[in-house]
Each structure stands twice: as C-alpha cells, then as structure tokens.
Design a protein around this ligand. Sequence first.
Ligand SMILES: N[C@@H](CCC(=O)N[C@@H](CS)C(=O)NCC(=O)O)C(=O)O
Length: 239
Amino acid sequence: MKLYYAPGACSLASHIALREAGLDFQLEKVDLRKKVTASGDDYRQINPLGYIPALQLDNGDVLTEGPAIMQFIADQAPASGLLPAQGVARYHAIGWLNFIATELHKTCSPLFSPAITEEQRAPIIERLSARLDALEQRFSTGGYLMGSDFCVADLYLFVVTGWFGRLNISLKKWPHIERADHRGFLDLRVALQKPAQHRPQLCLGSCANAPIHPRNGPCRQCAGQRPPQCRLAQCLRWL
Ligand SMILES: N[C@@H](CCC(=O)N[C@@H](CS)C(=O)NCC(=O)O)C(=O)O
C-alpha cells in the first residue's frame, strides 16, 4: 500500500492510523500546489481531484476520501480496535468521522486562505464555535469521542484541532476539547513505543516548519536537523 500525503495535512490521520494498525505501507509526498508527487508523477493520475490523502492498494486500486481510507485501514487490522467491528457503535464512530470531515475540517479549510478577510472569517468562526460547543459537551464526561474506546475519529480530531493554533483559534473556550487534544497527543507518543517496525523511521516533519508549529514549539531534539535524528512525537504534526 502507498499513502499519498502532504506534511501537516489531513492525510496525517490516515498515516497515523496505518502506523497504529501496524500495516506495511509506503509514503509518497505530494506537492499540492504543483500536483506532482515526490517521484515526479502527475498526482492527478492518482486522484483526479488533486487532493490528499489517497491510498493506493497493492492491486493498483486507489482509495480516496480520508474517512473512507481510515475505515479501510481500521478494517485491515480489527485487533487494533481503531473502529468498532459491528453494531450501532460502528455507525456512531463513522458518524464522528463524518462530523469531523464536514463540520470541522471543511468548515475551517477556507481559514487557511491568505486572502481571507476578517469579515469573511467571522461567520466561519461562528459556525465552527457552534460545532465546538457541541463537541465540548461530548467531552465533558471525559473519555474519547466514543466514550472509553479510542477510534480513528479521535486521530482525525487530533489532526484538525492541531491546525487551530496556526489559524489563530484558541481552544481555551473549550477546555475539554483542549484536554482531549492533549490526551490524543500523549496517546500518539504511546503509539510510538510500539515495536520497532511500526515506529516512524524518519522525521518527515521537516523541522524547518518548527517555527510555525501550532502548539509544541520548535523541535528541541533535532533542532532542524534532517531525519532520522528526530523521533519526537510532536513532529508527527508534520508527517
Ligand atoms: N474530501 C477530501 C478532502 C481532503 C482535503 O481537503 N485535502 C486537502 C489537505 S487537508 C488538500 O489536499 N488540499 C489541496 C487541494 O484541494 O487541492 C477528504 O476528505 O479526503
């Protein structure tokens, strides 16, 4: 399998899911502006829509759409518990994936535009705030999106809330979400303790990005050096 990705983008959720599931996979970085892959191929031949993530299967078939890719990955490794195998719980988890994709991810996407004005930003923040209010309620009793069980939707939420610092959205108003984000971060550290073959071999995070790192500041360990020196979990933000 090969995951097409861009550093720091939503593909990070699929990437971590692959690692959590312990599956064998390759990565190929995509230049989203040029729509060219790291090996020089036209990315539109992989995904005609030109966005990541895309997961190319060993038979050449290509899956697109992050929530579908995450479900596929989870189902390849049922023992990983990344998605409930059956019953209503499964549909709740899928519901959370869709909520994050459509109500959070796609709502905040326009905020990345350097051309956005304060006037355009205000209604987006208002809409996002209403969604975060609801999510705050969900987390007020603790646990994960699904209660006591971690699932792929928590990974996706971790990635999306990880963008908020760069977007100048403080989570202070939503302390439970902020805590959940931090907890997700800690869980990822635990994920990194997995057997060697499942650990990131490279800091693909390009620590040159560290100054704009949303929450954790510059990578102190590799201080901008190239892989494989940096194994710090915060660099996962940039995978
Ligand atoms: N519907 C897609 C959207 C994915 C998406 O928004 N990807 C962004 C990065 S987070 C992207 O590749 N943007 C570049 C573009 O749209 O050209 C999904 O859920 O996978």
